[in-house]
Design a protein around this ligand. Structure first.
Ligand code: AHR
Length: 330
C-alpha cells in the first residue's frame, strides 16, 4: 500500500473512531478532498460586547458550535468595521468552511464579501444586514425586523402619552442597521400623532455608559430651555438603563416623571420593569446560534436558503414583567 493510500485509510479510521465516540446527531461534517468526513471550521466575526444582548448572542453561537462539534474561530471586533474586515480576510486565508458575520454597520462590505465568494466560502449574516448591490455575496441573513420593533415602541408610547408630548431618542451605533431601522419605524408610528415630537436625538452607541452621558446632556438642555421631557425612546435596553440612572441622579422618577421605552428584552430590563423604573421593552431575540448553524450546514450541503429569515419579536409591558421574567433566557 502506498503512503498516500495508507494516510487515507488512517484518516478514515480516525474519523470512524471519532464517530463511534461521539454521537453523530448534531455534528456538522464536511467531506475533504479525499472524500473523508471531517468536522467543519467556522469563523465568527462578532461586533464586540457593547450590550447584554450582544453577550447573549455570542454565548448562543459559541454553545451551538460546541454542541455540533464545530471548530469555531471567534473574533471580537471591538466595535470597529476595519477589525471585522481584517478578521474575514484571516478566515478566508485560513480556508474556513463558512463565515458567520454580525456586521457592525450596513455599508462597506462589498470588497471583502467578494473575496469570500471567490474563495467559495459561504457567509451567513446574523442579526444585522449589509447594503451590497449583489445579494449573492452572502448566503442568508437571520435577523429581527428592526423597523417593526421601532414601530411597536412608537405605537405603544403614543397610546400611553395620549398622542402628545416631547420624546428624546437615544440612537444605536451610527450607520448600524438597527439604529437606522428602529429610528425609521418609530418615526413612522409617530406620523399619526403630530403633537408627539422627537425633540432631541443622538447616538448612545448601544452602551449603558454613553446612554447615561447623552441623557444627562438632554436633561441639562431641557432644564436650560424649560422644555419638559415626557419620554425616552432608547434603541436598546442598555442605553435605557443608563438613561434611567441619569434621570434618577437628576432627582426625577423614571417610568413616571419620564416614561422609558426600549428594545431588546434582556433580563436587567425585566428587573427594571419590576422595580418600576422602565415602562416597556420590545424583544429582539439574540439566541441565533441554532438557526445560524442550520444555515451553515444547509449552505455547505448546497441547499438553497431564503435571503432573509425574520426572527419573531414581541412587546413586554411593566405589568407583565413579574410573570414573565422566569421564562427569559437572556
Ligand atoms: O443588532 C442588535 C442590537 O445590537 C441590539 O439591540 C443591541 O443591544 C446590540 O448591541
Amino acid at each position: 500500500m502506498n503512503a498516500k493510500l495508507r494516510r487515507k485509510h488512517l484518516l478514515t479510521a480516525a474519523v470512524a473512531l471519532a464517530g463511534a465516540l461521539w454521537p453523530t446527531t448534531n455534528r456538522c461534517l464536511a467531506a475533504d478532498a479525499a472524500g473523508a468526513k471531517r468536522p467543519i471550521t467556522v469563523g465568527f466575526s462578532q461586533i464586540g460586547a457593547e450590550s447584554g444582548w450582544r453577550t447573549a448572542e455570542t454565548k448562543s453561537i459559541r454553545s451551538e458550535a460546541a454542541k455540533r462539534r464545530v471548530n469555531l474561530k471567534f473574533s471580537d471586533a471591538q466595535q470597529k468595521q476595519e477589525n471585522q474586515i481584517k478578521a474575514l480576510g484571516t478566515f478566508i486565508a485560513q480556508r474556513v468552511d463558512a463565515i458567520i458575520l454580525a456586521p457592525v454597520v450596513e455599508a462597506g462590505w462589498e470588497p471583502i464579501l467578494k473575496q469570500a465568494k471567490a474563495a467559495k466560502i459561504p457567509v451567513i449574516l446574523v442579526d444585522r444586514g449589509v447594503k451590497v448591490p449583489d445579494d449573492s455575496l452572502y448566503a442568508t441573513l437571520i435577523a429581527s425586523d428592526f423597523v417593526a420593533e421601532g414601530r411597536m415602541a412608537g405605537e405603544w408610547l403614543a397610546k400611553k402619552l395620549g398622542g402628545k408630548g416631547n420624546v428624546v431618542e437615544l440612537q444605536g451605533t451610527a450607520g448600524a442597521a438597527p439604529a437606522i431601522d428602529r429610528k425609521k419605524g418609530f418615526e413612522e408610528a409617530l406620523k399619526n400623532y403630530p403633537d408627539l415630537r422627537i425633540t432631541k436625538s443622538q447616538t448612545g452607541e448601544f452602551t449603558r455608559a454613553k446612554g447615561k452621558e447623552v441623557m444627562e446632556a438632554f436633561l441639562k438642555a431641557a432644564q436650560g430651555s424649560g422644555t419638559k421631557i415626557n419620554a425616552v425612546y432608547a434603541h436598546n435596553d442598555d442605553m435605557a438603563l443608563g438613561a434611567i440612572q441619569a434621570i434618577e441622579e437628576a432627582g426625577l422618577k423614571p417610568a413616571s416623571d419620564i416614561m422609558v421605552v426600549s428594545i431588546d428584552g434582556i433580563k436587567p430590563a425585566f428587573e427594571a420593569m419590576i422595580a418600576g423604573r422602565l415602562n416597556c421593552t420590545v424583544e429582539c431575540n439574540p439566541l441565533l446560534g441554532p438557526a445560524a448553524f442550520d444555515a451553515v450546514e444547509a449552505a455547505l450541503a448546497g441547499t438553497s436558503l431564503p435571503k432573509k429569515t425574520i426572527v419573531k419579536d414581541q412587546i413586554f409591558e411593566q405589568a407583565a414583567a413579574k410573570e414573565v421574567i422566569g421564562t427569559r433566557q437572556y
